[in-house]
Design a protein around this ligand. Structure first.
Ligand SMILES: Cc1cc2nc3c(=O)[nH]c(=O)nc-3n(C[C@H](O)[C@H](O)[C@H](O)COP(=O)(O)OP(=O)(O)OC[C@H]3O[C@@H](n4cnc5c(N)ncnc54)[C@H](O)[C@@H]3O)c2cc1C
Length: 493
């Protein structure tokens, strides 16, 4: 029996974040290494965001910022330039490729092609398997971890990375009452990116969107593209809509953040005069967004839990719409529909969604500042309220197992899991970092606050891979026997 073990890393989740870690390990690991990419989907890298088939769903960040590789910042724009030369796509007139916001499906094609190329020519000693299964459990073993799979097998690994992405909200966690019949109705769209969500939408007369952000804009574009010509009605708590992404010069840095951090009130005392100065000078307010974005990490790291909670309560909605803006060409769909008198957006509180006798849906809601309950009849209701982050409320078997076994410490505000900022190693239930169990992306929302986009996932992947390589390069005190039987069937859980 071979006793020189090849280290094994299991990456749970093969969306963008998962493949970013895998590619980094494959490029940089100096030692022999096996990677299991545990992902049920046939095509790694796409996830919800880049799996859309519609060319009209656009990336919301500039091309020059979304290379898969930090050390090759022009990796994506170079690929895109080749697509342009081949006639596969063209940026809008007057927009440079570097500043363009291309279709998400094109970015998905870039991820697929890069993945295929980088995994087709592995250096000797490196191996990778795409394990087409869902992970349902994780436990620590004497030498590492065991990941249980939904099909009853398990994978042993020295190190594990959780890259599980966005979590759908549970029906019982919605901020309104969803009747059983409405929940089962094909007219209630819980996941607009799932196949069949827009079936026969051209026959509908009114669509109600619960929420009015980027997801609702995706929905409007999907519906119009499928031939819908009726009324779009969005209801959101704040009444804030989607902003077009402009790219003015960043406003000069002005924030002073002491070691002890800033309270929300102190932060606003620094921000408000700048906004007033910008308005006086007729400057685009979007100039302040990149200036503040650069400081979010420090602001969040130094803020107390109370101040973070205050930010989430009072400013989150405003910050989200200021930061997460739409490509102008995508927002133009909404502008056109609005100009034709077919788009309404109201601020209010959602109360309930039920079925009507004819099978359509009724949305009960209260407009902001009014006590009157209104009922809106809809042919289709699309949930655009965003995703869930609270692992303690999740029904996902893996999330439940990880917490039940004390392998992770939930964020006190319900934004994922606590981790070391330096290498994204998860803290265990006792608050101790666990080198060897890391996370990337959405599960780290509470650690970095902004942990939602490619621009955040790439540097996190670098940190995690660097840490794993350093750990694996240490003398193999924990070297264990050949794991030829690593995929042996065992009971899950
Ligand atoms: C509609 C939409 C548009 C977006 N547009 C942009 C954009 O333009 N630019 C940008 O930077 N960001 C965008 N984002 C944010 C996006 O989430 C990130 O950019 C990135 O794609 C997230 O990658 P991820 O791997 O963390 O998550 P996901 O893409 O959600 O992938 C997670 C993967 O983990 C798998 N998984 C989950 N649980 C398990 C388990 N237990 N076992 C095995 N596998 C599991 C899932 O199958 C999935 O494939 C968008 C998000 C959405 C929803």
């Amino acid at each position: 029996m071979n006793t020189v073990a090849i280290p094994r890393v299991a990456i749970v989740g093969g969306g963008f974040a998962g493949i970013a870690v895998a590619l980094r390990l494959l490029r940089q690991a100096p030692m022999a290494l096996h990677i299991d990419l545990i992902e049920p989907a046939a095509t790694p890298g796409l996830g919800v965001a880049y799996g859309t088939p519609l060319a009209q769903h656009l990336i919301n960040g500039v091309s020059k910022a979304i290379s898969l590789f930090e050390e090759e910042p022009a990796h994506f724009t170079g690929w895109l330039a080749r697509q342009v030369r081949a006639g596969a796509w063209a940026p809008p007139p007057g927009v440079a490729i570097e500043d363009s916001l291309p279709p998400r499906r094109l970015y998905g094609a870039y991820l697929q092609q890069t993945w295929a190329e980088e995994t087709a020519r592995l250096r000797p000693g490196l191996s990778l398997e795409h394990v087409r299964a869902r992970a349902v459990g994780l436990r620590a073993t004497a030498h590492g971890y065991a990941v249980s799979l939904a099909d009853g097998r398990q994978r042993l690994a020295d190190k594990v990375v959780l890259a599980t992405g966005l979590m759908q909200r549970r029906a019982d966690q919605l901020p309104f009452a969803l009747g059983d019949a409405a929940r089962r109705s094909p007219r209630y769209v819980a996941d607009q990116w799932a196949g069949g969500a827009w079936h026969e939408v051209a026959r509908d007369r009114r669509i109600v969107y619960l929420g009015a952000g980027l997801s609702a804009l995706d929905g409007l574009i999907s519906a119009e593209h499928a031939g819908f010509r009726g009324e779009h009605m969005a209801i959101s708590r704040t009444g804030l809509g989607v902003n077009e992404r402009r790219m003015p010069e960043p406003w000069p840095d002005f924030l002073h953040i002491p070691d002890g951090g800033l309270t929300l009130r102190q932060l606003l005392r620094q921000v408000h005069p700048q906004l007033r100065a910008m308005a006086a000078q007729r400057q685009d307010w979007q100039r302040i967004v990149p200036t503040l974005r650069l400081q979010v990490d420090t602001l969040w790291a130094r803020a107390s839990v109370q101040e973070r909670a205050r930010f989430v309560r009072k400013l989150r909605s405003w910050w989200d719409v200021a930061l997460h803006r739409s490509a102008p060409e995508a927002l133009a769909w909404q502008t056109r529909v609005k100009a034709g008198g077919r788009y309404r957006h109201a601020a209010g509180t959602l109360l309930a969604v039920d079925t009507l006798a004819d099978g359509r849906l009724a949305v009960r809601w209260r407009a902001r500042g009014s006590d009157a309950v209104q009922t809106l009849e809809a042919d289709r209701v699309v949930n655009c309220l965003g995703f869930a982050f609270d692992w303690t409320q999740s029904h996902d078997p893996l999330a439940r197992d990880v917490l039940a076994r004390g392998l992770a410490l939930p964020d006190p505000l319900g934004f994922g899991l606590q981790a070391n900022r330096a290498d994204c190693a998860l803290l265990d239930a006792g608050g101790r970092p666990q080198p060897g169990l890391h996370a990337v992306g959405h599960p780290l929302r509470g650690v970095f606050w902004e942990s939602n986009a490619v621009t955040e996932h790439v540097p996190q992947a670098t940190k995690v891979a660097r840490s794993l390589i350093a750990q694996l390069a240490r003398p193999a005190a924990h070297a264990h026997e050949d794991r030829a039987g690593a995929a042996a069937p065992v009971a899950a859980g």
